[in-house]
Design a protein around this ligand. Structure first.
Ligand SMILES: Nc1ncnc2c1ncn2[C@@H]1O[C@H](COP(=O)(O)OP(=O)(O)OP(=O)(O)O)[C@@H](O)[C@H]1O
Ligand SMILES: [Mg+2]
Length: 366
């Protein structure tokens, strides 16, 4: 078990600045998930922690010990690589056993551990094959097996499930969660998949351009994003953003749009926003916070909105619709039979308690 502390980390390759000043403190036993757009520096972070890349500046501390000068094998870190990195001329058994042999484990124990890991990963029948005789998903599981046979103090996973089909992915996600609960080890896990991030993480770390935009419990980032990037990155479909203005009128406050539409701001937010009245803002609302208006729904903070539906996309239990609000396309997630056809005019409710306002100059949430 290990606490990981990263301070002032920088790493560039030639002209590319991959990591630009990251501070991160992961307590012992925590499951941290790194997310962010392609190229934002996730793999570079993991490779630097593992010792495969040397930082330009900053320290990496495991359990209070600065490991910058330790070679990878002495850091006691197990890593699953994005591209598997299996030894092509070794059979699956030997690939999984490699790290244990290097650490001089007795043959009996090696066999026991490899067989147990293979059973967990459902690859017991593949131990005599070479990597080239495996599918992408099978190779990925061998790579995971190679990491989990070891008792490393820190586990690093770089998109370990990206090549699996949907069902296997779900199974493996559960396995990894169980593995974490069973071993209680500190794990850092990179993924593009929002469901993986939300279901696995104690803490989500959202990177962009080599820097941390925000970190915290998954729901925290989702419900209380600090800026437009975080608000737009998390959630699928993405949050709607619409240019607007905050306007005060006799004791009340409203978000108004160029076409004259106005949405009342809940009283609870007056104090926080009062100083902004008369200013331009960006109104942000998630698809699931716009619903079909229902008689008798008297929840506080609902603002009525009429819309003419442009596109209807049924998905089964939910139906996505798009419409224009003051010229900007907006998507809403309604119930299955809420809309019959495009062109239909319907009454909607916008949950203003869950909507956000963004300062267009700083991109910060107000
Ligand atoms: N060996 C290298 N040489 C030069 N540039 C590199 C090298 N490795 C990564 N980079 C660059 O550094 C930046 C960060 O790359 P990194 O692989 O860390 O991104 P990532 O967040 O893992 O992306 P992805 O989600 O696509 O895997 C990118 O701009 C990438 O092109
Ligand atoms: Mg990567």
């Amino acid at each position: 078990m290990a606490r990981l502390r990263i301070t002032g980390l920088y790493k560039s390759y030639d002209s590319v600045q991959a990591v630009r000043g990251v501070d991160l403190d992961i307590p012992e036993g925590e499951f941290a998930v790194l997310v962010g757009p392609s190229g934002c520096g996730k793999s570079t972070m993991l490779r630097t922690i593992a010792g495969l890349e040397e930082p330009d500046a900053g320290t990496i501390e495991i359990d209070g010990e600065i490991v910058n000068d330790l070679p990878p094998r002495s850091r006691d870190v197990a890593m699953v690589f994005q591209n598997y990195a299996l030894y092509p001329y070794m059979k699956v058994f030997d690939n999984i056993a490699f790290g244990l042999r290097a650490r001089k484990f007795p043959a009996g124990e090696i066999k026991e551990r490899v067989l147990a890991a293979a059973a967990t990963l459902n690859i017991s029948g593949l131990l005599d094959r070479l990597p080239r005789q495996l599918s992408g998903g099978e190779r990925q599981r061998v790579a995971i097996g190679r990491a989990i046979v070891r008792d490393a103090r820190l586990f690093l996973f770089d998109e370990p499930l990206s090549n699996l089909d949907a069902q296997l992915r779900e199974e493996m996600r559960l396995e990894i969660k169980e593995l974490h609960q069973r071993l209680g080890k500190t794990m850092i896990y990179v993924t593009h998949d929002q469901i993986e991030a939300r279901t696995l993480a104690d803490r989500v770390v959202l990177l962009n351009n080599g820097r941390i935009e925000q970190e915290g419990a998954p729901l925290d980032l989702f419900e209380r994003p600090v800026n437009r990037f975080v608000a737009g990155f998390l959630g699928s479909p993405s949050m709607n953003f619409i240019p607007a203005r905050l306007v005060a009128a006799d004791e009340s406050l409203a978000v108004t749009f160029e076409d004259g539409t106005a949405l009342a701001v809940p009283a609870a937010a007056y104090e926080r926003l009062a100083g902004r009245s008369g200013h331009d803002v960006i109104f942000g609302v998630r698809t699931e916070h716009i619903s079909r208006a229902r008689d008798g729904d008297t929840r506080e903070g609902l603002a009525p909105l009429s819309a003419t539906i442009d596109v209807v996309q049924p998905t089964g239990s939910r139906t996505y619709v798009t419409f224009r609000l003051s010229g900007t396309p907006v998507m809403a997630e309604l119930r299955a039979h809420d809309v019959e056809h495009p062109g239909q005019r319907i009454e909607l409710d916008v949950d203003m308690n869950r909507a956000i306002l963004i300062d267009p100059e700083t991109d910060l949430v107000l």
